[in-house]
Ligand binder design. Structure first.
Ligand code: PGA
Length: 249
């Protein structure tokens, strides 16, 4: 049985005092869950979040990283820096980074390899635009992203990669993919991984759904055969709402 991983993506929200308060509120609400609970917070919250989450089952992640270890990359943060302060997870290739910060499958691939080099657990985002879906190209686009993003990874690394299928048209729009559509795409992703790395590896890979997940739709989405939890944006900013999503089962 694959574990369900429920990850919050705070994006560019939450000052440190709010982050600390959030984790203090969330801690008792999720302490009994069997699901993996992750909060991907802004860099400026990381240290506070790590301290607040000590001795809890809440794991802390970053939302991006650079692929180099150090050097003249003004404004960037490396995987080594994240790992050194105790960060466990990192989101790579979120559609907002692809859209606004020129991330490509090539940079995603480099970041993914660097994440493994420094012992971070990556959550790699893939997903099609509305236009691509309407043109009937969604599967083609997403499977191509999978192929390019995972290129050159070892079987073990692929096994430890979390994939978040996030249709871009469903992010922050309130429009959720139907659970059937979301499950169909996560199955397609699993098949693609199976074609490259074999059925065994594919069966173990955690594939989340993301895009307007909330407490009212989490159960339906996360109960589908191939959806192993979610990457949650807007609904991860309120501790009680996020706790309900974590405790969907
Ligand atoms: P949303 O964002 O839940 O607000 O749609 C999801 C994401 O961008 O990861």
């Amino acid at each position: 049985m694959r574990k369900k991983v429920i990850a919050g993506n705070w994006k560019m929200n939450m000052l440190p005092d709010a982050a600390i308060r959030f984790i203090d509120e969330l801690t008792p609400l999720v302490k009994d869950t069997q699901n993996e609970v992750v909060l991907c917070v802004p860099y400026t919250d990381l240290f506070y979040a790590l301290l607040s989450a000590q001795n809890t089952n809440i794991k802390i992640g970053a939302q991006n990283m650079h692929w180099e270890e150090s050097g003249a990359y003004t404004g960037e943060v490396s995987g080594q820096m994240l790992k050194t302060i105790g960060v466990e997870y990192v989101i790579i290739g979120h559609s907002e980074r692809r859209q606004y910060f020129a991330e490509t499958d090539e940079t995603v691939n480099k970041k993914l390899k660097a994440a493994f080099k420094y012992g971070l657990k990556p959550i790699v985002c893939v997903g099609e635009t509305l236009e691509q879906r309407e043109e009937g190209k969604a599967k083609e686009i997403v499977t191509m992203q999978i192929e390019k993003d995972l290129e050159g990874l070892t079987e073990e690394q692929v096994s430890n990669t979390i994939i978040a299928y996030e249709p871009i048209w469903a992010i922050g729009t309130g429009k959720t993919a139907t659970s059937e559509d979301a499950n169909e795409m996560t199955k397609t992703i699993r098949e693609k991984i199976s074609n490259i790395y074999g059925q065994n590896i594919a069966n173990g890979v955690i594939i989340q759904y993301g895009g307007s997940v909330k407490s009212s739709n989490a159960k339906e989405l996360f109960s589908m055969s191939d959806i192993d939890g979610g990457l949650v944006g807007g609904a991860s900013l309120k501790s009680d709402e996020f706790a309900k999503i974590v405790n969907y089962n």
